[in-house]
Write a protein that binds this ligand. Structure first.
Ligand code: HEM
Length: 404
């Protein structure tokens, strides 16, 4: 599989194709709304919940249902638990001798075996276009069913661990600021329509969210999401220099050398972001509130949460849509308060090395109160114009007003 365009060139090309804005991405978004609706239904008022654990479980199920369809292997609780235990063990699997990480190896095998049963039973035929197309492109390479299943563990790793962590932090930053929550609710109301179906003894509501309008109608929410990515990313891009190059007349990059680009260094550089670089500023990315004296304009290339260039994340549109759907439904359907009385931000010092978004070291216990009206009825998705999905990377943002 070693190719001119990278180790997994053809596989990643398929991923980029399926996961670009268009009908196939819309189909996945629609399934996600439906599944998420089911997974967050039925919370009773005052129920106390560990937020991080709750988000992780719901996101795991909604994301994998969307990807793997009705025979999703993650619906078996042992598979889900083994997956997350394997995820925690990845650093030791990478860095230490194999005998040191027998638990990690065992858990990875539980997930891989579940995928093997899934593929051998032909269950992937009911899955998303992503799984079906990847399966088709990989077949000619002659992978054994077992190899194919281990590959799939890697694929689910790429999508799950970052999406869940980003969702947790966004939920935290939105609900911990009453002002931000109010503004975001107002924006999301603007992209939600409600219709009522009345029968003689019953009435039901259908709330329809137009996710393709997030970009144009929810600038404050988009800014909050970008700020979440900026402060919680820990990705390190690795590049090899292909030919001798001098950058900015100053830096000599020798052919063959490795370049390490830690996003944290860029995301916390006060020369780029200004003196308040370490503070979470919900409206930092709001174009209308940028003033030459208060905050510098920042190039979109400075936000590297989805990497960039040759190995730009192919899942960025899918993840962004899923995260926007999650937060939109949550702000409309629930009030969330910390049981301790204050939103204390968890540390990230025990974050897992392979994840691009840092995970919380401690959980936050919260109380949910369903909001009448928006929590009643079903939620639906409309995608008014598929090309108009939200884009956050420099590559997707050629027209962004913040580009210098
Ligand atoms: C919030 C969610 C996500 C974040 C923050 C994220 C972040 C990243 C980053 C930073 C990279 C590039 C690393 C580099 O520069 O070398 C990357 C690559 C990648 N991501 Fe994501 N990702 C997310 C979601 C997803 C999803 C949902 C999928 C798949 C469905 C996915 C699949 C991949 C793959 C396959 C690559 C490797 C691309 C290559 O090397 O050409 N990611 N991701």
């Amino acid at each position: 599989m070693q190719q001119e365009h990278g180790q997994y060139g053809p596989i990643y090309s398929v991923m980029h194709g399926v996961l670009s804005p268009g009908d196939r991405l819309n189909e996945m978004n629609t399934v996600f709304v439906d599944r998420l609706g089911d997974y967050i239904r039925g919370i009773e008022s005052g129920t106390s919940i560990k937020l991080n654990e709750w988000v992780k479980h719901r996101i795991t199920l909604a994301v994998t249902d969307t990807t793997y369809g009705p025979y999703n292997p993650f619906r078996e609780i042992e598979v889900e638990s083994a997956f997350w235990a394997f995820e925690r063990a990845v650093p030791s699997l990478v860095l230490l001798p194999q005998w040191f990480s027998t638990r990690g190896i065992r858990n990875r095998k539980v997930v891989a075996d579940a995928f093997q049963r899934y593929f051998l039973n032909g269950h992937h035929e009911y899955a998303s276009a992503l799984v079906k197309d990847l399966y088709t492109i990989e077949c000619p390479y002659g992978f054994s069913p077992s190899d194919r299943s281990f590959l799939e563990v890697g694929n689910s790793f790429a999508s799950l661990s970052n999406t869940y962590a980003a969702v947790f932090w966004l939920t935290f930053h939105v609900f911990s600021s009453p002002t931000a929550l109010r503004r975001i609710r107002k924006e999301v109301s603007g992209i939600t329509t409600t219709s009522m179906n009345k029968t003689r003894d019953n009435q039901t509501f259908r709330h329809t969210l137009d996710i393709t309008k997030v970009n144009s109608h929810c600038p404050f929410l988009v800014s909050t999401f970008k700020e979440t990515l900026r402060l919680h990313s820990a990705d390190i891009s690795l590049r090899q220099v292909c030919k001798d190059t001098v950058l900015d007349n100053t830096y000599y990059l020798k052919k063959g050398a490795m370049i390490v680009i830690p996003s944290t260094s860029i995301h916390t550089d006060s020369r780029i972001w200004g003196p308040d670089v370490l503070s979470f500023i919900h409206d930092r990315f709001l174009p209308t509130e940028v003033s030459a004296t208060q905050r510098k304009k920042v190039s979109p290339a400075a936000l590297r949460s989805f990497g960039g260039g040759a190995s730009l994340c192919p899942g960025r549109h899918l993840a962004t849509n899923q995260i926007m759907i999650w937060i939109s439904m949550l702000v409309m359907r629930f009030d969330i308060e910390p049981t301790s009385g204050s939103w204390d931000q968890p540390a990230t010092d025990k974050s897992n090395m392979p994840s691009s978004i840092m995970s919380a070291t401690h959980d936050v216990e919260v109380r949910f109160t369903p909001r009448r009206f928006y929590n009643d009825g079903v939620w639906d998705l409309r995608t008014s114009k598929s090309e108009a999905t939200l884009s956050l990377t420099a590559e997707d943002l050629a027209d962004d007003p913040m580009v210098e």
